[in-house]
Design a protein around this ligand. Structure first.
Ligand SMILES: NC(=O)c1ccc[n+]([C@@H]2O[C@H](COP(=O)([O-])OP(=O)(O)OC[C@H]3O[C@@H](n4cnc5c(N)ncnc54)[C@H](O)[C@@H]3O)[C@@H](O)[C@H]2O)c1
Length: 302
């Protein structure tokens, strides 16, 4: 089965460099008309220029594809709205949104200032929400949409010095969970990518000897799969160095305590059993968890 993006329109945020550039090039190579968005700033989110986006557009056109440049700052709702209007005016639809734009302001939590926190959360979490909200009515109307959020192992597992980034990156997993539920009946599928790649974002974080094995183009096939017509929804796919794997949150079966046993000591006593994942399972909605505990409580009270 060949995955094609013929007749599809894709917006890739932050695609003037690194992973986004690779996603834009590969989507275009498979037929998508691509909006190459990038505000062209520095790694910590300062400055800005149209050059980055324009260069990627030139590459796509030189390879025979179709693309337009856009310099919206994803933190600005007005910029994002204008980007989506530009897309609709040019091509009349939006099938794929890849929320990829990102910045870093790494510091230990002890040294992190409010500005560093807000700037990072604003780009990754609010930026992903702004772009998703702007395409949402179009995707609902079309009854078709594919949204890929970019999360990170720094959030889903944690990484020293990245409290702002980790919190924002786990925030987009929550955004995926809810948009998956709300988008399902409109065939809007929402997934998360957790990439590992050598880009300007990681060049001084990762050891030099591994940078060669983690080129961005090794990650992009995962995005194309997640954004494809028959792709999954609510999937967190980790990709890098040719390795692809899915991560899930599993809830242990847990324990039930009778009313007189509901003490912190009893919880301490039974903690190992609460942590036992051997009969754990994935819970697909908040209400499913509530049903599980109510059923269990009822069984014990019969
Ligand atoms: N490289 C990795 O190993 C890695 C790991 C985990 C997650 N990520 C995520 O992947 C995404 C891409 O990162 P990358 O490694 O390619 O870094 P990068 O710095 O090369 O690319 C990020 C791009 O986003 C653009 N951008 C930043 N803020 C923007 C804004 N407000 N509006 C529009 N564009 C903006 C930048 O100009 C830049 O071109 C990011 O979300 C990053 O957090 C990367």
């Amino acid at each position: 089965m060949t995955i094609s993006f013929n007749d599809r329109v894709a917006i890739v945020t932050g695609s003037g460099s690194g992973l986004g550039r690779s996603h834009a090039l590969q989507l275009a190579a498979r037929g998508a008309r691509v909006v190459v968005n990038d505000f062209g700033g520095s790694r910590d989110g300062r400055g800005g220029s149209a050059t980055a986006a324009e260069q990627v557009v030139a590459e796509i056109i030189a390879a025979g594809g179709e693309a337009i440049a856009n310099t919206a700052n994803v933190t600005s709702e007005a910029d994002v709205q204008a980007m989506v209007e530009q897309t609709m005016d040019s091509w009349g639809r939006v099938d794929v949104l890849v929320n990829n734009a990102g910045i870093l302001r790494d510091k230990s939590f002890a040294k992190m200032q409010g500005d560093d926190w807000r700037a990072v959360v604003d780009v990754h979490l609010n930026g992903s929400a702004n772009c998703s909200r702007a395409v949402w009515p179009i995707m609902r109307e079309q009854r078709y949409g594919r949204i890929v959020m970019t999360t990170s192992t720094s959030g889903i597992y944690g990484n020293f010095g990245q409290a702002n980034y980790g919190a924002a990156k786990t925030g987009v997993v929550g955004l995926m969970n809810v948009l998956h539920i709300e988008g399902e009946k409109y065939d809007i599928r929402v997934n998360c990518l957790a990439p590992t790649a050598a880009t300007r974002m990681t060049e001084d974080i990762m050891p030099e000897e591994i940078l060669g094995t983690i080129a961005p183009q090794n990650v992009t096939p995962a995005v194309l799969f997640l954004a494809s017509q028959d792709g999954p929804s609510r999937t967190l796919l980790l990709a890098g160095a040719g390795c692809f794997t899915v991560a899930k949150l599993i809830e242990a079966e847990g324990i039930y305590l009778d009313e007189q046993q509901r003490t912190p000591e009893k919880i301490a006593e039974n903690f190992d059993q609460m942590c036992d994942l051997s009969s754990g399972r994935e819970i697909l909605t908040g209400s499913e968890h509530v049903e599980k505990i109510i059923d269990r409580a009822k069984q014990h009270n019969r």
